[in-house]
Write a protein that binds this ligand. Structure first.
Ligand code: GLU
Length: 472
């Protein structure tokens, strides 16, 4: 007996960059496929020419590749079910439109946007849900076709059969039921002749033999319509699973305003693929294994029944937690490369190894690396008033003594300062640390001093000595 292998897909519209929300959808589909030795397909939904941009087509593929979310079918991985860009599949859609028309499942609609808007307003005022009133449903086909030939713009509407129950098993939410009478005839071809999202999305899933579709809950109301389209054409339905929304930290749907960032921005900030994948695999999906895992490991514990039904909440601190684990898991070479890509311009080449070893526990993002690189290597530090007050308390002779001892090792240097000023404990180490780095916390001072070298250390102490004399 042969069983059809499971096939999932990600079907982005190239109208923007990949961000946390749609990346999680891609990841869940990729994990579901991997968990069952199935296939993961990538389809570009670019029928809306006004909103689609080529740079987004490239960017989203680049982002998925960066994350290791390879597709077994899709652009660059052509198989029999392609092409994988909807703009290249128009001929198939058009022949299906003809079929639906000739079988009476679809009709031409000449209602203008204004007329539709007014009808909706009337329905709302009468307390009814807005749905297409069927104005053009009865126009005889020949009459409709001569109006089109005469140049009148028309959309194509799907004729929803009355009195039907549409039932499907949602992979996340269980059985879903909709009454066809609630739907209203919907547009499947726009006035410009292009296929509407709802139509080509459903037809392609079926034609590409996608067996499971995980997608955002915002598509749930499309699904009964898509069931009707597939049923009318005689195509099998995939199984859909609708994922709860992701909320921002403020409880509102995740958007730019409350924390959603594009994959590109996250990458540019230094977030590692492993951090992002491990975080998102647990965003709205329970995984009892709390260790950092690769895709295969994440797939091994991916279960549809562990997807929560309540909205998931984005938590930046959690992402940073995974980033810490991901950084710790890097090889020394990879860690050094990561540091280098953050601040190659700020770290002298001959200190790169020492800097990496010393500062790795103190950094999570590129901005941290840059901050520490400046702290260690920039000619002067910009000290704030609180730090200057610490310098004043320690006094100029304290730093003069430290500067004089700059070329001794750290133990000797601190011994000299202690001896000459009587400072000890925090009173000794805090002013020294602040003078060297401008930070109250950070790496051990002895290796830091060794890495910075005597000339830089002397300059830092001289700067602090000067500030210790400044007036408040
Ligand atoms: N192109 C649609 C979107 O980006 C796909 C929806 C779906 O996954 O079915 O929202």
């Amino acid at each position: 007996m042969t069983t059809t292998p499971l096939k999932t897909r990600f079907a982005p519209s190239p109208s923007g960059l990949l961000h946390l929300g749609n990346l999680r959808t891609a990841l869940f589909n990729a994990l579901l496929a991997r968990s069952a030795d199935g296939r993961f397909l990538l389809r570009i939904e670019d029928t809306d020419a006004d909103r689609s941009e080529e740079r987004y087509v490239d960017a989203l593929q680049h982002d998925l590749q960066w994350l290791g979310l390879d597709w077994q079918e899709g652009p660059g991985a052509e198989a029999h079910s392609g092409p994988y860009r909807q703009s290249l599949r128009e001929a198939m859609y058009q022949s299906l439109f003809q079929r639906l028309l000739s079988e009476g499942h679809a009709y031409h609609c000449f209602c203008s946007d204004d007329e539709l808007k007014r009808a909706r307003e009337r329905q709302r005022a009468a307390g009814k849900p807005p749905r297409y009133a069927g104005t053009c449903a009865g126009i005889p086909r020949e009459q409709a076709e001569s109006r089109i030939e005469a140049g009148e713009p028309a959309t194509l509407r799907f004729r929803v059969p009355p009195g039907k129950q549409i039932v499907f098993q949602d992979l996340v939410r269980g059985e879903q039921r909709f009454a066809s009478n609630d739907l209203g005839d919907f547009i499947i071809r726009r006035a410009d002749g292009s296929a509407a999202f709802l139509f080509c999305n459903a037809v392609d899933d079926s034609a590409m033999q996608v067996s499971q579709v995980l997608r955002g809950e915002d598509h749930l109301t499309n699904t009964p319509r898509q069931c009707l389209v597939l049923d009318a054409i005689g195509l099998p339905r995939p199984q859909w699973g609708h994922l709860p929304m992701i909320l921002g930290e403020d409880g509102a749907p995740l958007s730019k305003r409350n924390g959603s960032r594009s994959v590109q921005e996250l990458r540019d900030s230094g977030i590692l693929p492993a951090a992002l994948l491990n975080y998102l695999a647990r965003l709205g999906h329970a995984d009892n294994d709390h260790g950092l895992k690769d895709l295969q490991g994440l797939a091994a514990t991916f279960r549809l029944d562990q997807i929560g039904r309540a909205p998931a909440r984005y938590d930046e601190q959690q992402l940073l937690h995974w980033q810490e684990l991901a950084l710790r898991a890097l090889s020394p070479d990879a860690l050094q490369q990561w540091m280098q890509s953050a601040a190659v311009d700020l770290i002298p080449a001959d200190r790169m190894v020492a800097f990496t070893e010393l500062l790795a526990p103190n950094v999570r993002l590129f901005a941290d690396v840059r901050r520490w690189a400046r702290a260690c290597f920039s000619a002067e530090l910009a000290h704030d008033e609180a730090t200057t007050a610490v310098f004043r308390d320690a006094g100029s002779p304290f730093f003069a003594a430290a500067a004089d001892a700059a070329d001794q090792d750290w133990a000797a240097l601190t011994a000299v300062v202690q001896q000459q000023t009587g400072a000890r404990g925090r009173g000794l180490f805090l002013p020294l640390r602040l003078a060297l780095t401008g930070e109250r916390h950070g790496p051990e001072l002895a290796p830091l001093h060794a890495m910075m070298g005597p000339a830089m250390v002397r300059a830092r102490f001289a700067q602090a000595a000067g500030l210790a004399l400044s007036n408040q």
